[in-house]
Ligand binder design. Sequence first.
Ligand code: FAD
Length: 341
Amino acid sequence: MAAPKVAVVGAGVIGLSTALCIVETCPSCSVTVLSEQFSPNTTGDVAAGMLIPHTYPGTPVHVQKQWFKETFTYLFAISNSAEASEAGIHLVSGWQVFKSPPKEKLPFWSDVVLGFRPMSEAELQKFPQHQFGQAFTTLKCDCPPYLLWLEKRLKATGVQMYTRKVADLWELHSEYDIVVNCAGIGAHQLVGDKKLFPVRGQILQVHAPWVKNFIRDGDGLTYIYPGIHRVTLGGTREKESWSLSPDPGTTKDIFDRCCSLEPSLQEAQDIKVKVGLRPSRHCVRLQREVLSQGGVKLLVVHNYGHGAGGFSVHRGTAKEAAHLVGECIAALQGSSSRAKL
Ligand code: FAD
């Protein structure tokens, strides 16, 4: 059969990394990315991009750990290469602090990040309101440069990218053999997934170049994540809120919470406020589906619903989605050789 034509819908971190994994595992495919928005207008452009996993209750922990490990290994290699600054990937060390010791002393990802250990008494003195803490080194993606780096790699391999809103996956059946759905929160409308809901997040990006270590309150709500040029201060988690407008009261609340963890932030300058909708689900939807109308079939692979942890697991889920695309190609080749007999 001719080179299979694959359309990836969505150009966020999930769509771009999935397109790249498909090209890497199936170089004979012709891959096109179709998306309503590209960077700087995706959810990832708002994200802090820290590699600290979020837990998906509907996915086995060993699978989540594998996704995280693959992502960490991939980005660690980039951070150790001459590509690191263009790709916006860097190592960052810091502390996760708790007002009372957590039930789970060793999170499942503790042996994937580097140098995970309990904080010393001397380190804890910096946080008088907290009793317990964990120190480790992880990776951070500065998201807009990373998305542009992925786009550049895709273009270099001949992947076409078009701005297009897809109203229904079926509209692609006459142009493509396989469609990969990486529409993030857009999948709510695109495939009518009622299990997918937004968790609104508001963050601040500030100029505070003296802040070099990350600080995260163990509840995951208040965090200070230094990037290459700016520091991200967070945050909020508002379930089922679709509003993309910044709320001034929330801005003050985030700033005050972060200053109580790191008082020197009172001197931070040039505060920018951003809002994004985390595409949340009890588990990432990573599966094949066959759509069919009047005897005509369209093979679909879904890869969406990464919620608060899309950057932390993107490479692992992209590899799994590319594997599912490989299965679709094998099925197409099987049916085309049967048709010839
Ligand atoms: P998106 O980036 O939303 O991409 C979806 C794409 O699909 C877009 O290009 C969109 O235009 C396109 N699309 C949608 N519908 C259609 C359609 N009908 N037709 C064509 N195109 C369509 N994760 C971490 O791991 N670490 C963090 O520190 C972190 N911090 C975060 C902080 C905040 C405030 C927020 C909001 C999120 C954070 N996240 C973090 C989560 C992470 O940003 C998301 O999980 C990730 O960006 C989701 O990527 P995505 O590609 O699925 O979605």
